[in-house]
Design a protein around this ligand. Structure first.
Ligand code: AMP
Length: 289
């Protein structure tokens, strides 16, 4: 598809971003925000496309948010590709790229954090990444205040994150519509992720087992399986059949709203996986049926 050429503006200073947002709002422009941590791929670009479809102006933010990384996580080696990201965003027709630095976002004296209650955060990724979703919610709230979007776009790839952000805007009465976009996948089904860059060639091949396990589980539910323990066992055995899979943090069927583990089918569920291949932690999910 030909994208109409726009001049993509880079803004690095939070105060400048906010005054630009205020000015756009004053001119009655609808703003769509796509928050990212950079190292952009086709998954991110699908969010830009959705925002351009719905809004007058699309702002992409690129910020590797230190608040959402645990002390033993990959903050310092998280993939960064500012030039490649800018080229992609220009091609995709993003109007503004907001690229603050950590000092700008968390100036001296910063001390206010959003705390997401345990119901949603103790489960799935939250159990393995304490504080992660508080960090996500805090930065998303700041990005909303700085860019003033009417809509913000998130990927279903991070399913628990989508539930938490939807909860955040309800609980804090934020005037932002949250739009969830489908997961974009590689040719073998692996969900696109900036962290896929960490995988060696063999690990990358092995990683497609996640998609196969999710698909098999989804198929068995579609064919009428009601026993979620059987579905979970099927997922686990497919994952274990791949020797490169290390720790499986979770894999199974969960309530799509509460993320509680399910033993019987209740009409709708999310099949979700988090595991390690080598040093790399990968997550993915599918809704079923
Ligand atoms: P990240 O840069 O990984 O923080 O992701 C930024 C946004 O892009 C989040 O809303 C992600 O859920 C979304 N995203 C990441 N990977 C994909 C994908 N493969 N398909 C669709 N959206 C994605």
């Amino acid at each position: 598809m030909m994208v109409e050429k726009v001049r993509t503006e880079i803004i690095r200073i939070p105060r400048v971003m906010q005054s630009t947002g205020i000015e756009l709002r004053r001119k009655q422009k609808s703003i769509g925000l796509v928050p990212t941590m950079g190292a952009l791929h086709a998954g991110h670009m699908s969010l830009i496309k959705a925002s351009k479809r719905d809004n007058d102006m699309t702002i992409a933010s690129i910020f590797v948010n230190p608040l959402q990384f645990g002390p033993s996580e990959d903050l310092s080696k998280y993939p960064r590709d500012p030039d490649g990201d800018m080229a992609r965003l220009r091609d995709a027709g993003a109007d503004i790229v907001f690229m603050p630095d950590a000092e700008g976002m968390y100036a001296k004296g910063f001390t206010t954090n959003i705390k997401i209650g345990g119901e949603l955060t103790n489960k799935l990724c939250g159990g393995f990444r304490p504080g992660h979703f508080d960090g996500v919610a805090t930065v998303v709230a700041k990005l909303f205040n700085l860019t003033l979007p009417v809509r913000a776009y998130f990927g279903q790839k991070d399913y628990q994150q989508t539930l938490i952000i939807k909860r955040l805007v309800i609980d804090l009465n934020m005037p932002v519509e949250i739009i969830i976009c489908p997961t974009v996948r590689e040719h073998d089904g692996l969900a696109m992720s900036s962290r896929n860059k960490y995988l060696s060639e063999d690990e990358r091949k092995a990683a497609s087992v996640i998609y196969r396990a999710l698909n098999a589980a989804k198929d068995s539910i579609s064919s009428g399986e009601q026993d979620m323990n059987a579905v979970n066992d099927k997922m686990q055995s497919i994952l274990k059949s791949e020797p490169m899979v290390g720790e499986v943090q979770y894999a199974g069927a969960f309530d799509a709203d509460t993320l509680d583990a399910l033993s019987e089918f209740k009409g709708r569920c999310v099949l979700a996986v988090a595991l390690k291949i080598g040093q790399t932690r990968l997550i993915d999910n599918m809704l079923a049926p």
